[in-house]
Design a protein around this ligand. Sequence first.
Ligand SMILES: Nc1ncnc2c1ncn2[C@@H]1O[C@H](COP(=O)(O)OP(=O)(O)OC[C@H]2O[C@@H]([n+]3cccc(C(=O)O)c3)[C@H](O)[C@@H]2O)[C@@H](O)[C@H]1O
Ligand SMILES: Nc1ncnc2c1ncn2[C@@H]1O[C@H](COP(=O)(O)OP(=O)(O)OP(=O)(O)O)[C@@H](O)[C@H]1O
Ligand SMILES: NC(=O)CC[C@H](N)C(=O)O
Length: 552
Amino acid sequence: MSDRFRLTLAQLNPTLGDIAGNAAKARAAWTTAKAEGADMVALPEMFLSGYQTQDLVWRPAFQADLRDALEALAQDCADGPALGIGAPLVERGALFNCWAVLSGGKVAATIRKHHLPNSSVFDEKRLFSSGEISGPYRVGPIRIGSPICEDAWLEDVAEAQAESGAEMLLVPNGSPYARGRYDTRMTHMVARMVETGLPLVYLNLVGGQDDQVFDGASFVLNPGGKLALQLPAHEEAIATLNFTQTTEGWRAQVGTRAHLPDAWEQDYQAMVVGLRDYLRKSGFNKVVLGLSGGIDSALVAVIAADAIGPQNVHCVMLPSEYTSPHSLEDASDLAQRVGCKLDEISIEAPRTAIEAALAPLFTGLAPDVTEENIQSRLRGTLLMALSNKSGALLLSTGNKSELAVGYATIYGDMNGGYNPIKDLYKTRVFDTCRWRNANHRDWMAGPEGEIIPTRIIDKPPSAELRADQRDDDSLPPYPELDAILEGLMEHDLSVADLVAQGHDRATVKRVEHLVYISEWKRHQAAPGPRLTMRALWLDRRYPLVNRWRDTR
Ligand SMILES: Nc1ncnc2c1ncn2[C@@H]1O[C@H](COP(=O)(O)OP(=O)(O)OC[C@H]2O[C@@H]([n+]3cccc(C(=O)O)c3)[C@H](O)[C@@H]2O)[C@@H](O)[C@H]1O
Ligand SMILES: Nc1ncnc2c1ncn2[C@@H]1O[C@H](COP(=O)(O)OP(=O)(O)OP(=O)(O)O)[C@@H](O)[C@H]1O
Ligand SMILES: NC(=O)CC[C@H](N)C(=O)O
């Protein structure tokens, strides 16, 4: 028996539902692996279907297409390395999250996921049956145990596989990005490696799917805790490495260690990749957005330019009588620095027409937020018309602080198909702009340098929907608002906890109330990339009708 095992890791980006396209990517990776003399090529969890499938996975025709594609892939890849690939599979009438090992023209082994994650963005107990813990399978000279993602976050699956003869652990993952995730994953994987004494391969998906961004960053650990290989974050990568039989067991050859980005870069790249993949995978290649001269739309324009190139980003300034000269200048300055097209459409004429149409019914009623919202809705209507005509997707620009308290106009500035900064609190919007001005990377399609004018970053935020309006007329200053929101929404703190931290009780109560009464608005909001463990969609599922308030 050989004392060498050669493994190709394919950290690739599938498209959900594109079974033929995903199978073609797997075949291409297998061809590379074969040319490199590998014994096996591995693809991540649920690669054949794409991840997460949600309820699509229940459709019998979808399941049948996947089974057919898997069998065809096995036949195509009969003569060469074994191929491990994730797919949902029906076995004896039950649906499992599986990892299939194809070899010799057939499905040689099927591993069924045992621990089904059911918190945060995962609902796998609803979708799948739990498989019995699978034992190791043999590929050439080695017996491999494959806990599937969540299976490796607990002890028992890897432990059982090691006890029944596994000589290495190969863990296929579909682990979506959230801040701090690298450390969490590494802690779990080091624990499995230490408990079993086996080398461990962690192979993750890459790419955006709806709100989730799978960030790759796959790695290989040797017993003793040594990192043998680190693949890059957020990029496709294929790497082949040798494992050698030693007196102490199998050990991975030490290979390249990609540099992992810091926390600011991770978030920024997740927003860029999330937007880029949402557009590409949904069939769009350009976007349109309202550029106000304020910081939120400035950052969204820059993220879009980095994702799909400035030439594909159409910015539109839609001034009213309340738009200040500096907003016009700042929008124009930003568009020039980024290299995007900027058009201007005044909303004054349609505003006058709408107010005249409503005047008979509004006689004797003082102007209020109604008239402010008309401006926002006119912008939304005009921007959607541009989207319809040009085929560019409209981006919405509300940050997490605004969305959390409902400080946005439904069917107005909330119009849009995707919102790149949905999970970024306003205080982080400022810091992200400063970070982007100071940093440029190869994967950014926009220009380098100070592309967000400092005046946009430094001026007090204003919606400019009435004369001399400022956000802090209606909301606590953003540092205070964000600290309260983080407590309430990210950490489930009580009102009393926040008061004990030094916040004013009346302010906390007001913010709590605004969060609860705007749940319905978020329910109708555009999706955006998840950056935290409490993003505003699947991570946070609150009732729309809710009279409960924290009175302690
Ligand atoms: N529970 C519920 N379920 C379903 N629908 C509900 C509802 N509660 C209110 N509604 C509906 O929603 C309406 C109120 O919501 P909405 O029309 O959005 O209006 P509203 O939330 O009252 O006002 C928009 C807020 O966004 C702020 N803002 C900030 C920054 C930028 C912009 C901008 O637009 O550029 C706006 C603006 O200053 C104002 O405070 C009600 O008239 C009612 O029709
Ligand atoms: N004059 C305008 N021209 C074009 N779009 C606008 C205009 N005013 C508002 N919008 C759109 O509505 C969104 C919400 O406006 P808002 O004023 O809250 O955001 P902002 O100007 O980007 O940032 P800030 O919150 O710092 O003012 C903007 O991001 C922009 O997309
Ligand atoms: N696909 C999974 O099982 C993912 C769950 C896992 N705990 C993670 O987030 O990485």
